[in-house]
Ligand binder design. Sequence first.
Ligand SMILES: Nc1nc2c(ncn2[C@@H]2O[C@H](COP(=O)(O)OP(=O)(O)OP(=O)(O)O)[C@@H](O)[C@H]2O)c(=O)[nH]1
Ligand SMILES: [Mg+2]
Length: 301
Amino acid sequence: MTRAGFVALIGEPNAGKSTLLNRMVGAKVSIVTHKVQTTRARIRGVAMAGEAQIVFVDTPGLFKPRRRLDRAMVAAAWSGAADADVVVLMVEAHRGITEGVEAILEGLGDIGKGRKIALAINKIDKVKAETLLALTQDLNARYDFAETFLISAERGHGVEALRDWLAGEVPEGPWLYPEDQIADLPMRNIAAEITREKITLRLHQELPYQMTVETENWEERKDGSCKIDQIIYVVRDGHKGIVLGNKGETIKALGKAAREELEEFLGRRVHLFLQVKVRPNWLEEKERYSEMGLDFKDGNV
Ligand SMILES: Nc1nc2c(ncn2[C@@H]2O[C@H](COP(=O)(O)OP(=O)(O)OP(=O)(O)O)[C@@H](O)[C@H]2O)c(=O)[nH]1
Ligand SMILES: [Mg+2]
């Protein structure tokens, strides 16, 4: 008897959701940075565990939204949880019960009706064992979690136990994806995400939060390589200057890093062309949201 189902990973920004998804899938499907609010939309990654197929749903972090984009991200995260068979709430071991975690616990009420919610305390590599025991007790006193797992998504500790438990929790039924499929994000989106990751890693302050990347064109070439054109949208001239860098040095380095990762992912040569466009209002444009996989209306106040 096979099993298959959706497992949503939710938590504060930076909790390690994308890192866990990638580890479960065994490939980098979702981008990861040390900065908050990296993931902007739901990203599915497929993991096999014996006869079970677990479709992990990475979600944007849950935080107090201010802008349209923030609201659309938070709405996408909650609906990811509401659509899942099982939810895993990730909490950072070293930060413990922050205000943000308290707000999420309050929001779990409805989500918890009709589905199990497990707790995964992540980044256990950063704390001592005593801290973990106290945090486990404290969190379980605040919410009736189906199970608690102590994990390090980055190093892999405890991840197998979590996967095995989830394999037994997803419903009986046929697999939802072919056995060898790991993600269901279109390649053009994965490619745009990789470039966005490189920008987020290298450029600072508000720039990563006011920038988006779209794949404009994808051309297969006879020699087996492909040519990818992408646009980096920023909100002001100053940001364009930063992305370009002195004599175009920055964009050259960004493009090289993104291209190398894409080539590894695709297993073939890639010609990547990046263009920066100033678009002061992109954060209020419907089309940008559909490209990101978000619902524009979710951003309405
Ligand atoms: N020390 C340590 N760092 C970790 C662990 N898991 C994730 N990280 C780091 O935490 C940071 C955030 O990881 P992400 O996976 O991007 O976190 P996220 O929850 O997806 O964040 P958002 O997409 O912003 O919501 C990255 O720098 C990771 O390398 C862990 O187990 N231990
Ligand atoms: Mg993420």
